[in-house]
Write a protein of this length. Structure first.
Length: 240
């Protein structure tokens, strides 16, 4: 028996297989590209279109970024403008309040210097009621007399509150509505005087009006009486 030894070269086989795969891939892509060309597809033109599209995307992104910056600037400007408007509005309200206060003070001193009712001498310059709690109200009585009158004004102020309790008319004087049993408020002044205090209303009592009586000492015929509607919680009353 004769044996024949054949040389074995595995790398040649692998190289041949790899070459075949590459050839198949190139041939397949050529056939695919040729088919697209025959169908009217131009890969070069497509490449140019892709480049143009990418350039358009970059331009749009730049435009979007620019618009975002403009939006942020406008928002900041609007915020600054709103803040400036709010500050101006607050300043205007403060000035209006100051003007009103000055007008009230001016009217007050005019009433002392040259009152419309100078012949009466003593007068009720103003009366205010403001809520001070669930059933408590703060009152303020301001009395004046003309400057040319050098004598002291003396006397007392009485308060009487009228309303309904249990559906029936009721009235209470100052002593029934004060923490201390004060029947009246004495006054003694030359030009003006403020009288202040708290009224505590009974439970179930609905006030409707309050009467202020000013009783000069020794001259009851010159007494001053004024009835004022009871204010609401939202709008304190001011008479003057």
């Amino acid at each position: 028996m004769h044996l024949k030894v054949k040389p074995h070269h595995p790398w040649k086989t692998r190289l041949f297989v790899a070459f075949g795969i590459v050839a198949l891939a190139v041939g397949g892509w050529s056939l695919y590209d040729y088919g697209r060309y025959m169908a009217g597809y131009d890969s070069a033109e497509s490449g140019r279109e892709i480049v143009q599209l990418l350039a358009s995307v970059d331009a749009l992104n730049a435009e979007i970024e620019k618009l975002r910056e403009q939006k942020a600037q406008l928002e900041r400007a609007a915020q600054i403008e709103r803040q400036a408007y709010e500050e101006q509005e607050a300043t205007l309200k403060a000035l209006q309040g100051e003007i009103l206060e000055l007008k009230e003070e001016l009217a007050f001193y005019r009433g002392i210097v040259s009152p419309r009712e100078a012949s009466r001498g003593l007068r009720l310059q103003s009366f205010t009621l403001e809520p001070n709690g669930p059933r408590s109200w703060r009152y303020k009585v301001v009395l004046t007399q003309v400057l040319k009158n050098d004598r002291l004004a003396r006397g007392a102020v009485r308060l009487q509150v009228e309303g309904l309790q249990g559906g029936q008319p009721r009235s209470f004087d100052l002593s029934a509505l004060s923490e201390k049993p004060v029947k009246e408020l004495p006054y003694r002044f030359k030009y003006f005087q403020n009288l202040e205090g708290d009224l505590i209303l009974p439970d179930g009592f609905t006030p409707l009006r309050i009467t202020v009586r000013i009783l000069p000492r020794g001259r009851r015929k010159d007494a001053i009486e004024k009835t004022i509607d009871w204010p609401t919680q939202e709008k304190p009353d001011h008479v003057g």
